[in-house]
Design a protein around this ligand. Structure first.
Ligand SMILES: Cc1cc2nc3c(=O)[nH]c(=O)nc-3n(C[C@H](O)[C@H](O)[C@H](O)COP(=O)(O)O)c2cc1C
Length: 350
């Protein structure tokens, strides 16, 4: 290869230099130290650890306090018992699950998982909390920072399914969580959200101005299905399809240049082509999960190679040179990103 200069895939994100814009997203692929080691060896720029859930934090706080000798007046104590009781009804399934798995020292294990992961790999390690409220668990964010995480991703997915809750009530949850967590930590905080907002562009823009360091667009919910033989509800399509990147492309293109923080694309990125498109739309980085379940961790190297060789063909030396070139603001045909119906096709006129 002597003499041929390879494209520079490095990017700046969360105040750090990442060697690639491809990040391994939070999943079972980053759930143990040995998996984290394998994931880090794939060529990814960073990885997000499997999430710990807010319910797990609240469920074990008493044990954690006892084990760590935390004082009685520690904020962890405040209201958490009554909260558990109150929410038991609201999220019955989650609590029944947790009762079965209660007191497994999940919190202490998650902290040592972060510590060990940090010691074992040389790429940034982003911890992750899956949460749906700002209810007293946020003190645990500080423990995550103390354990050595380079950053913290908050996975907040409030399905607006409650017929009695207004859009403002649902949206406030996101702002409350960001405010509570940012008071606890000085490491970068990112927010991974779904796309069920009544005024998506407005809410995302406002969230981007809360001081967070990145927005991951979007998390992907499990899809419910009905088994017509057993008449049971179950989850289907656990992994994304490669066509799903297109909805993310729309929103990254629309919001790029208008967001107060970096945007990271997630869902449906299975190959170099979709990764390049998302960066052209304005993404700072892309997260990949399903493609790795489908085709193995080698997919990361193939995405890196694909981006590098495309850059070579186009004459780009750095990722910054082409990021956002095709965002709506920079597009020669900006209306394309907002087009949702085709009159020609829908009215039958060919
Ligand atoms: C098996 C599995 C486990 C996952 N676990 C988590 C998790 O713990 N925390 C989280 O934020 N996202 C989790 N996700 C969601 C992924 O991080 C990602 O947002 C989603 O799969 C869409 O990206 P993809 O199309 O690249 O798969 C999980 C996804 C899968 C398939």
């Amino acid at each position: 290869m002597g003499g041929i200069k390879m494209a520079d895939l490095s990017i700046g994100y969360l105040g750090m230099k990442l060697k690639s814009p491809v990040i391994i997203g939070s999943s079972g692929l980053t759930g143990t130290v040995s998996e984290v080691k394998k994931a880090a060896a794939s060529g990814a720029g960073a990885l997000v650890l499997k999430s710990i859930f807010e319910e797990q934090i609240l469920n074990e706080i008493d044990l954690f306090i006892q084990d760590t000798g935390t004082a009685d007046d520690d904020p962890f104590h405040v209201g958490y018992q009554s909260m558990l009781k109150e929410r038991e009804h609201e999220y019955e399934e989650a609590y029944l699950y947790l009762k079965d798995h209660a007191k497994e020292q999940t919190l202490a294990k998650y902290l040592s998982f972060i510590e060990e992961s940090k010691k074992s790999v040389d790429i940034p390690v982003i911890a992750s909390i899956n949460c749906i409220s700002a209810y007293n668990w946020h003190y645990f964010a500080r423990k995550i920072q103390e354990a050595g995480a380079d950053a913290l991703e908050l996975n907040v997915y409030v399905l607006p399914s409650n017929t009695l809750k207004s859009s403002a009530e649902n949206e406030n949850v996101y702002f409350d969580i960001v405010e509570a967590v940012r008071k606890q930590v000085s490491i970068p905080v990112t927010l991974k959200i779904g796309n069920y907002f009544s005024a998506l562009a407005n809410t995302v823009t406002e969230l981007s101005q809360t001081g967070i360091d990145g927005l991951v667009l979007f998390n992907r919910p499990f899809h419910p299905d009905i088994d017509i033989n057993t008449l049971m509800v179950n989850a289907k399509y656990l992994l994304s399809d490669p066509s799903e990147y297109s909805n993310i492309l729309r929103w990254i293109a629309l919001l790029s240049g208008r967001s107060g923080c970096p945007l990271v694309a997630s869902t449906g990125i299975h190959d170099a082509g979709s990764a390049i498109k998302l960066i052209l739309a304005g993404a700072t980085a892309v997260q990949v999960v399903s493609a790795l379940y489908d085709n193995g961790l080698e997919t990361i190297a193939s995405i890196n190679e694909g981006i590098g060789s495309w850059m070579g063909q186009k004459g780009y030396k750095t990722i910054d040179e082409f990021r956002g070139l095709m965002s709506q603001q920079n597009s020669s045909n900006p209306a394309e990103f907002e087009r949702v119906q085709f009159m020609k096709r829908y009215s039958g006129i060919v």
